[in-house]
Write a protein that binds this ligand. Structure first.
Ligand code: F0G
Length: 352
């Protein structure tokens, strides 16, 4: 049998673990790199989707969390804490269960998707809704971890980045080289930092012949890196990336500049259009924040900035089931029919 062993076992020699590190895993990683047929045709490029919603708790956060919780356990921690727009808290809660630890999560009040809240609840996290935004939650989580016996598992914890860099390894292992462009959504900017680290390590060691240009996209109402200053009241329907003062700001700038890439913003309208395109044309259901990568790629293509023939990977960071409100909103209610084949066939347009 060829069961994927989880990313710590698969990439052990490239991660800061030892034989005595207790591996806390849900067998995360090894996610599908799906060829995007419609996008490829439209752009004249070879476009792939790295489908991170296929991770155990439905987002890329599991990559960082297997590392963060394993290291916290190695250090003897009994409780972990994070600030979150939803996915980090869902992941922390699940991995804390595996480790036999208590998890505490701080979320912005009323601004996290229901599916994510449900995950944190069912995994038994201690949840506080903070009367503030994600940035306020992170400040509070940092302070609590400094003053009390609780380990911080946000991406300001460098082992989170170590775990998340493995997604870049998987892409190169699959394609045989790095892509020309790698596109991803940017919120707290940990993930763009992690991919860039992963790609650089592989080129340094001769496992890839090039680094991709890193293209990051923020939501227009929450685009501090693009606008050049923190946003005090970040807004966007993509709640996962509703962040006004990213912790890894400087690393994101470095990834952009060292790779010859770009960081730009996309409107909620563009995000929702890409969200619907991915579901209806590619068969891949992602959460709105994840669609920011594809929205950005399409916008750049419209500006003539995507030369044909390139190999492009878009990370789609989270599963659509996390936040189905936007799938249902605006869609027509399905018709009600009696238990009758002819009536059903008429409604389905099968009679003409
Ligand atoms: N996409 C999704 C689905 C996310 O949940 C996040 C971040 C991002 C993209 C952005 O990644 O922060 O590394 O730039 N979610 C965090 C959370 C903030 O709390 O779940 P980033």
């Amino acid at each position: 049998t060829h069961q994927w062993r989880g990313l710590i076992e698969e990439y052990r020699d490239r991660l800061p673990v030892s034989d005595t590190t207790p591996v806390v895993t849900l067998l995360e990683g090894g996610t599908p790199l799906v060829p995007a047929q419609v996008l490829s045709e439209r752009l004249g490029c070879e476009v792939y989707l790295k489908v991170e919603g296929a991770n155990p708790t439905g987002s890329f956060k599991d990559r960082g969390m297997t590392m963060a919780i394993s290291k916290a356990k190695e250090d003897g921690a009994q409780a972990v804490i994070c600030a979150s727009t939803g996915n980090t808290s869902a992941s922390a809660a699940a991995y804390a269960v595996r480790a036999g630890m208590v998890s505490a999560v701080l979320v912005p009040q009323g601004k996290i998707a229901l599916g994510k809240m449900g995950q944190a609840l069912i995994h038994g996290a201690k949840i506080l809704q903070v009367d503030g935004n994600f940035d306020d939650c992170l400040t509070l989580a940092r302070e609590l971890s400094e003053k009390y016996p609780v380990a911080l598992v946000n991406s300001v914890n460098p082992v989170r980045i170590e775990g998340q860099k493995t997604a870049a390894f998987e892409i190169v292992d699959m394609l045989g080289d790095a892509p020309d462009i790698h596109v991803l959504p940017v919120g707290n900017a940990g993930n763009i930092t992690a991919y860039w680290k992963g790609y650089r390590e592989y080129t340094r060691d001769g496992l890839a012949s090039q680094n991709p240009r890193m293209w990051g996209f923020q939501a227009a109402g929450s685009a501090p890196i693009v606008d050049g200053h923190p946003i005090l009241k970040p807004q966007t329907i993509a709640t996962a990336i509703r962040i006004g003062n990213p912790a890894s700001w400087d690393y994101a700038i470095a990834a952009r500049d060292e790779s010859g890439g770009l960081i730009d913003k996309v409107t909620d309208r563009q995000i929702l259009a890409a969200y619907r395109l991915l579901a209806s044309q590619e068969g891949v259901f992602v959460e709105p924040a994840s669609a920011a990568s594809v929205a950005g790629l399409l916008a750049k293509a419209e500006q003539g900035l995507v030369d044909p023939g390139q190999r492009i990977v878009c990370t789609v960071t989270g599963n659509g089931l996390k936040d189905p409100d936007w799938a249902v909103a605006g869609a027509p209610q399905p018709h009600v029919v009696p238990i009758d084949a002819e009536a059903a066939a008429r409604r389905l347009g099968l009679l003409d």
